[in-house]
Ligand binder design. Sequence first.
Ligand SMILES: NC(=O)c1ccc[n+]([C@@H]2O[C@H](COP(=O)([O-])OP(=O)(O)OC[C@H]3O[C@@H](n4cnc5c(N)ncnc54)[C@H](OP(=O)(O)O)[C@@H]3O)[C@@H](O)[C@H]2O)c1
Length: 253
Amino acid sequence: MTDYKDKKIVITGGTHGMGFATAKLFTDLGASVIITGHNEQRIKTAQEQLGARALAIRSDASSLADIEQLATAVATHFGKIDLLHINAGYSILELFSQVTAASYDKTFDINTKGAFFTARQLSPLINSHGAIVFTTSIANNSGYAGMGAYAGAKAAVTAFMRVLAAELAPAGIRVNAVSPGFISTPTMGVYGATQAELAAFEALGNTITPLKRHGHMEEVAAAVKFLGFEATFTTAAELTVDGGLSHRLTLPQ
Ligand SMILES: NC(=O)c1ccc[n+]([C@@H]2O[C@H](COP(=O)([O-])OP(=O)(O)OC[C@H]3O[C@@H](n4cnc5c(N)ncnc54)[C@H](OP(=O)(O)O)[C@@H]3O)[C@@H](O)[C@H]2O)c1
């Protein structure tokens, strides 16, 4: 059994949704956690809810300067860390014909460039036998209409996750990804969607997911904990947490 009391964990995008649920799981287990977010109010609320074992820092995942400052803050507060969970993400529903250069850049800046340079800046702080867990998405190999830029941005993360797994293997650091399907979070991972769009998205998820429901944030948190601390012979893997959706299951009729 892992004793989490001495564990030090960084979670980007930890103020909300599944990143927050993961931070809560680890602080409840006694670990110390640094979380990041963008929105000041959500940072404040998350800090209040997580208490003294957590430190919530404003750090824009799309800003290389903020990522550098985050690395300095993590080194100052924690020294070395045991798990880096790169979870901050952003998507909007846009058909190919609607994607602008600005929305494309924002999607790639947060999901891809941010993830890459967070790994680049913070991986030197990871203890030998520590781990990185990225959050990707089953959108990265699915073909959902309206998710073109997002799917490409997350697919890139899967690709460089594997290369990083190779490069950090000699240091005993494992690098994996958790790939959620339809998960009930306040935004459902989609920014700016109307209530009607979210309801339609939810109904779609419950229909097409073989387990016939959405996943819970806590089920993703459990997968992050598994990849981060328990799956000690697993690296370069992308673990789907999607109720079977991406595996083309044929259900009994
Ligand atoms: N929900 C799903 O069904 C689903 C499915 C597949 C993959 N995912 C992925 O899973 C991850 C978490 O999704 P979620 O549904 O839990 O999302 P969420 O509730 O919207 O939370 C996203 C987190 O990322 C942070 N974030 C967003 N933009 C940021 C930026 N520029 N800089 C720093 N932090 C930023 C948010 O902070 P602020 O609130 O301060 O912006 C928040 O803490 C994302 O990577 C998402 O793409 C979600």
